[in-house]
Design a binder for this molecule. Structure first.
Ligand code: NAP
Length: 306
């Protein structure tokens, strides 16, 4: 076969594109299958203040554009398509994108994780009609409106703070009696007079007509039910790893994150892992980028050893 590549990288967040930079500089001519929505979670973030090298911070999408250009400048080929099927348990791996098949000696899986849903009545019905998982994308639609963010982590606090740029009032609803977000981000949130935090409360239903008008709430301490009028609901309750397309060919933990030795090696020769699809602990852009670097160097050495 003369159409076998050295390496295919699946995913185009910080992990996948950093792997591409390293693989391209190692002259492996990587192909990145980026997904129809490329760039990963940073594409739905505003200012990233904790990625080294940017003392004033950098917007997530700008950071991703930069890493993509860097990978392309060294010769990475990138296609904005989704993998529809993959065959890993063979010497030459097959990556299917619809009817087209790409072949490679090695594969890096860097497909990241996707937002978790509440799975309550009305959530799907009012999706894009007031329900969203991306404040950066949809926040401007809620100018002078009332919105709710659900969740207690950094994402929820970040989204709630961001939404105060547009909304007149932002409720942050969390199911427990304390937030898990970092203290500095909580301080910013609590210092914002547009924000009201509602604790010990679960959202049971999204109500509306053609658009969201209210949420049905349940206080799990007092057992009281109530309705909160709102124009929007932003989900910020964590993520689910994008591993379904692998069809259980690689080892997964009970939450469906990939299991990999040293965060890199899968149980299959020539198949490596990078980023949030494996890392459910740190989940930072910089750790994902570092993991992409490790995976690419590991793949390069493995290819050399063949
Ligand atoms: P997370 O830390 O896992 O927090 C998820 C939150 O959603 C938790 O408060 C959790 O409640 C709640 N939750 C989960 N399932 C729920 C459900 N079914 N119903 C209601 N609430 C539910 O996720 P994250 O906030 O997306 O953050 C992920 C990682 O990215 C973290 O490591 C975080 O530090 C990082 N991050 C950093 C920044 C930054 O530094 N700028 C920004 C965003 C994210 P419990 O607390 O009760 O479990």
């Amino acid at each position: 076969m003369d159409n076998v590549r050295e390496i295919i990288i699946i995913g185009s967040g910080p992990a996948g594109l950093t792997a591409a930079v390293y693989a391209a500089r190692a002259r492996l001519n990587p192909l990145v299958i980026a997904g129809t929505v490329w760039g990963g979670q940073l594409m739905t973030t505003t200012l990233v203040e904790n990625y080294p090298g940017f003392p004033e911070g950098i917007d997530g999408p700008d950071l991703m554009e930069n890493i993509r250009k860097q990978a392309e400048n060294f010769g990475t080929e990138i296609i904005n398509e989704d993998v529809t099927k993959i065959l890993l348990n063979q010497e030459i791996k097959e990556v299917h994108v619809g009817s087209k098949v790409y072949y490679a000696k090695s594969v890096i899986v860097a497909t990241g994780a996707s937002p978790r849903m509440l799975s309550i009545p009305g959530e799907q019905e009012f999706w894009t009609k007031g329900v969203s998982s991306c404040a950066t994308c949809d926040g401007a639609f809620f100018r002078n409106k009332v919105v709710v963010v659900v969740g207690g982590g950094d994402s929820a606090v970040e989204e709630a703070t961001f939404l105060t740029r547009f909304a007149t009032k932002v409720y942050l609803i969390h199911r427990r009696d304390e937030l898990r977000a970092s203290k500095i981000m909580q301080e910013r949130l609590f210092g914002n007079e547009k924000v009201e935090v509602i604790l010990n409360t679960e959202i049971k239903e999204v109500l509306g007509t053609t658009k969201v008008t209210a949420l049905k709430l349940f206080n799990n301490v007092t057992n009281e039910e109530s309705e909160l009028p709102t124009d929007g609901l932003f989900l910020a309750i964590g993520h689910i790893p994008n591993t379904a397309f692998l069809d259980e060919q690689l080892e997964l933990n009970p939450e469906k994150y990939l299991i990999a030795d040293h965060g890199v090696y899968t149980g299959i020769d020539g198949v490596f892992v990078a980023g949030d699809v494996e890392d459910h602990i740190y989940r930072q852009a910089i750790t994902a980028a570092g993991a992409g670097c490790k995976a690419a160097i590991t793949a390069e050495r493995w290819l050399q050893s063949l």
